[in-house]
Design a protein around this ligand. Structure first.
Ligand SMILES: Nc1ncnc2c1ncn2[C@@H]1O[C@H](COP(=O)(O)OP(=O)(O)O)[C@@H](O)[C@H]1O
Ligand SMILES: [Mg+2]
Length: 250
C-alpha cells in the first residue's frame, strides 16, 4: 500500500497534567474522507491544532506526502497544502463574503498590486474565488457582510475560504454543528463532490449520523487515546466505542 497523504506517528500533547493526545498514530489516504469522533474533550481539536502548527506536539511526527511538518510555523504548513475551518466560526466582522474568499489565497502577484484595493487584485485569485463561491451556493450573498448571514451560511463561507487556497488536505472541525438536517445533508453532498475531485478531507464531527454516512474511515478518540478505527460499519458496533461514546452523551 502506498503511504497515506497525512501520516501521524505517536503524536503526544499535554497541557499541564492533561494528556490531550497520547501517542496517536493514524493515516489519511489520498482522496478519502476520514472522520475523527469521540466525546467532548477527547483531543480532537488539539489534533487539528498540532497538524496545522497552532500547537507544537510534545513528541511524535506529522508528515504530509512524506514531508515532516513538525515545528514548521502555521503559514508554512498552509503552504504545504493544508487548510482548515474552526469549531468556533472565525470570520472577519467587517468583510463581505467576496472579500473573505480573496484574503486566504497565497499572494502570487507583484508587491505593488497588493497595495491596490481587494477588488483589483490578482485575476487568478478572483477566478478561484468565483469558482468556490458558486460551488458553495454563495453567489447571491457575495456582497453581504459574512457575519450577517445565517449560521449555516457562515459555515459555508468558512469552508469556501479554506478551499480558495487549493489545499491537498482539508481539515473541518465540526462542519455541520448547529445546522439542521437539510443543511447538513447539503454539506454532505458538497463533501462527496469535493472527494470526487480528488480532495482529501479529515473531519471532526459530533453528528454520528452524518459521519457514518459520509466517511470512508473513522478514528475514535477517548481521553486522548485512539480506542478504535475502521470503516463506519465496524466502528458503529465496536463495544469500546459504544461504551466510551455512544452510550455516554448521545
Ligand atoms: N490551549 C489549551 N490549554 C489547556 N488545555 C487545553 C487546551 N486545548 C485543549 N485543552 C484540553 O485538552 C483536552 C482536549 O481538548 P480538545 O482537543 O478541545 O477536545 P475535543 O475537541 O475533542 O472536544 C481537554 O481536556 C481540553 O480542556
Ligand atoms: Mg473540539
Amino acid at each position: 500500500m502506498s503511504a497515506p497523504l497525512l501520516q501521524l506517528g505517536e503524536v503526544t500533547k499535554s497541557f499541564g497534567g492533561i494528556h490531550a493526545l497520547s501517542a496517536v498514530t493514524s493515516g489519511v489516504p489520498e482522496g478519502k474522507i476520514v472522520g475523527i469522533i469521540g466525546p467532548n474533550g477527547a483531543g480532537k481539536t488539539t489534533l487539528f491544532n498540532v497538524i496545522t502548527g497552532a500547537y507544537r506536539a510534545d513528541s511524535g511526527t506529522v508528515r504530509l506526502n512524506g514531508t515532516a511538518l513538525n515545528g514548521l510555523p502555521p503559514h508554512q504548513i498552509a503552504r504545504e497544502g493544508i487548510a482548515r475551518t474552526f469549531q468556533n466560526i472565525r470570520l472577519f466582522p467587517s468583510m463581505t463574503v467576496w472579500e473573505h474568499l480573496l484574503v486566504a489565497q497565497p499572494h502570487r502577484e507583484s508587491w505593488w498590486r497588493r497595495l491596490l484595493p481587494v477588488g483589483w487584485g490578482d485575476p487568478a485569485a478572483q477566478v478561484r474565488a468565483v469558482e468556490v463561491m458558486e460551488f458553495f451556493g454563495l453567489t447571491d450573498l457575495r456582497d453581504r457582510p459574512a457575519k450577517s448571514l445565517p449560521y449555516g451560511m457562515q459555515r459555508r463561507v468558512e469552508m469556501a475560504r479554506a478551499l480558495t487556497a487549493r489545499p491537498k488536505l482539508l481539515l473541518l472541525d465540526e462542519p455541520v454543528a448547529g445546522m439542521n438536517h437539510d443543511e447538513a445533508e447539503e454539506i454532505r453532498q458538497l463533501m462527496l463532490k469535493l472527494r470526487a475531485t480528488g480532495l482529501t478531507i479529515l473531519l471532526i464531527e459530533h453528528d454520528m449520523n452524518f459521519v457514518m454516512r459520509l466517511c470512508d474511515y473513522l478514528y475514535v478518540l477517548d481521553f486522548g487515546v485512539l480506542i478504535a478505527e475502521g470503516a463506519p460499519s465496524e466502528v458503529r458496533t465496536n463495544p469500546r466505542v459504544l461504551d466510551a461514546y455512544l452510550g455516554k452523551d448521545e
